[in-house]
Design a protein around this ligand. Sequence first.
Ligand code: DON
Length: 326
Amino acid sequence: MNMTPPVSRNVSQSGLLKHHLQSVHDALKDDLQGTLPAYIPELAQADVHTFALSITLPDGETVQVGNTAKTFTLQSLSKPFSYLLALQTCGFDAVLQAVGTEPSGDPFNSIRLEDRKSRPDNPMVNAGALVVAQMLLEKHGSSAPSEVQGWFERVLGHPVHLNPQVLQSELQTGHRNRAIVHLMRNLGMVQQDPEEVLTFYLQLCALQVQVKDLSLLGALLAGSGRHPISGQQVVSQEVVRQVLSVMFSCGMYNSAGDWACKVGLPAKSGVSGGLLAVAPGKLGLAVHSPSLNTHGHSHRGVLACQMLAQRLHLHLLDAWNMEGQA
Ligand code: DON
């Protein structure tokens, strides 16, 4: 696969995007509200000043500003992609039987499973992502971690590393996830060794990217599965539509409704402070800023997406193009 990004062919569009990214960055750079996730001690040491934004267009062109060299772990940003891989390798029927597509209205780490005995609500909350991890584990056995890592590496065009400190930190303190996976084992939603499922899920959460990698993954989804740089169809349109639909309804957990009104794009956040929003046919937008709001989303990430969605006319329910024309 030729992974050389194309030479900019639309200077005015990338210039405009750069201008908007820079102005949103400048407007929010001193806003240090929010908190770091204390339940993962390694993430609680992040530098709250870090702030980076990136946009990748479906033709592979990337525009970025801020502390773009910093790496961060995917955390829940891995969930849309493990779901994508499960749909691709296990098929829709098997995946939909194991995990639903309904917003739960609950936080990402909700343990409320007893009244929904057959399957977790959706693959964006931890319970659903643990079941998706189990499916990939069942399919690939002990090579599951390298299969998923390899997929990210092929798409991103460079090595993707797992952060061992973050993995250890979560393995040691992840009592809530441990409780969820054991409860699901008890309810029959998980059939494999709960500790193995948990470890694999946390390995996916501990994969590291830069903000430009996240926006490229967004551009892959925005381009209906066509790779932004190689132009190859690497994911089927049907799978991308399913992933984006679930991101739209469930990706922002119990703030999905507010997000739909204010941003109007499929999205996913991670407790490392990464946030990905996808404007189908237009762009992938990624933000990295570690301080989180009460829903576990990057505080500045949410504000930046709101501002950019408005400035670039990205809300899916508006019949406008990026120049603001109907
Ligand atoms: O399982 C957890 O709690 C973390 N590894 C991931 C949670 C997360 O990123 C929630 N998203 N905002």
